[in-house]
Design a protein around this ligand. Sequence first.
Ligand code: PXP
Length: 257
Amino acid sequence: MNMQHLRLGVNIDHVATIRNARGGGHPDPVRAARMAAAAGADGITAHLREDRRHISDTDIDRLVKSIDLPLNLEMAATDEMLAIAVRHKPHAACIVPEKRQEVTTEGGLDAAGGIDLLRPYCSALADAGMRVSLFIDPEVRQLDAAKALGAPVVELHTGAFCEAFIEDRDGAPVKAELERIKAAAAHAADLGLECHAGHGLTFDTVGYVAAIDSIAELNIGHFLVGEAIFCGLDSAIKRMRALMDQARAEGAGARSA
Ligand code: PXP
């Protein structure tokens, strides 16, 4: 049975959201990153938004200097963010769409419609040694655009699947959204792109996505930080890790049977 380890990237943005509600330094996202590492995370993800509503420039500086895990910096394609990424050189830079008024990242990056705009950012990030990832909807034309842009990694937006699951977990839209993710992951593999996925994943939904064997990494944040209120961050991450491993093992078992 050939089973690829599924990496878990823990997004710590919302530890900073809680800290910022009062100002000051508590709870500290860097402490959360260290705890995530101890609980089995394979990487840390942080989104430095243009409005700095959660993660701050100082957080990025401290994360780069003090965590041993690879840092995945989520960023908009702007000159300001490019300069910050090049200065800090995180392991990976994931380009995400960003609208100031949105509550969270709504929908994926329009790579297909923005090839000319994105190309210089992808090249500059890659030239500075970062692994470039594009956060896109699970659509063939977006994957083809990521390939054309030379990005080695795509992250598939799982938000539509997770929202459909909350509406009605047995409904046809859930199955359709999951099929879209599976088809996109297969197309990414055909194109030779490393495939990640994330947004909105919970204990209830993670298994469906983790079972897709060509997906190499999941990035999960809001649910883990929320669940930490009830059971602690360590326990929430360990349970997520276990659910991912279980789904991946069951998927591999089913394929080899
Ligand atoms: N991946 C990307 C690219 C994101 O922007 C986010 C958060 O907005 C996530 C994953 C994590 O999503 P969530 O916090 O819903 O788990």
